[in-house]
Design a protein around this ligand. Structure first.
Ligand code: FE2
Ligand code: FE2
Length: 191
């Protein structure tokens, strides 16, 4: 059986790939280079739907409750920190999203606002993901017993195969495939 946390680590890989794209968007914005507002909206769509709706929902609704049931406190401990960071990230994204329309209309201040919030988001999520991979998931693996792991596996598979989740997953992966070469280029080309 593939451990449920292995799914989440794999999803972190996709989120980190989008964070690389976002960091390049931030670099360009801060350098005063134009960034297509549609691309910013697509990156935000990915973050809201893949990172939040798809990935964080699995953590918040399924993994964390299973950890709690296995005796790990919900408040104060590592789970509480993870939840607070999910909220903090959503806040940065909401502020960036609210500025996109103004940026589209040529407001340079809006560009700086987007850059600052995406920069904060990228930094937060990189260290958040690192903590989950290195600390939180190993705690989950060690504390959730075999029955709990099997139950989580079953429900993760059910969520993963829901038609609306499959569609959202595919849409988000397509966004990543579209933006990646525009912002990170083809590494072979640089040689
Ligand atoms: Fe998380
Ligand atoms: Fe995560």
């Amino acid at each position: 059986m593939i451990r449920p946390t292995e799914d989440l680590v794999r999803e972190h890989g996709d989120i980190l790939a989008m964070i690389q794209v976002v960091k390049e968007m931030v670099r360009r914005l801060e350098a005063g280079e134009p960034v297509d507002p549609d691309h910013i909206e697509k990156a935000i769509y990915f973050i809201r739907n893949y990172a939040d709706k798809y990935h964080h929902a699995k953590e918040e609704d399924l993994l964390f409750p299973a950890m709690h049931e296995a005796g790990i406190p919900k408040e104060g401990g590592p789970i509480g920190v993870m939840l607070a960071e999910h909220d903090e990230g959503s806040g940065y994204i909401a502020t960036a999203a609210a500025a996109v329309e103004r940026y589209r209309q040529g407001d340079a201040g809006a560009g700086a606002e987007i850059a600052a919030n995406l920069r904060n988001y990228a930094g937060l999520l990189e260290q958040h993901i690192n903590k989950e991979n290195q600390v939180l998931y190993p705690i989950a693996d060690a504390h959730i017993d075999q029955t709990g792991q099997t139950e989580l596996r079953w429900i993760f598979d059910k969520v993963n195969s829901k038609p609306d989740m499959v569609a959202e997953h595919d849409t988000c992966k397509a966004i990543l495939m579209e933006l990646d070469p525009i912002y990170l280029g083809d590494p072979d080309e640089e040689q």
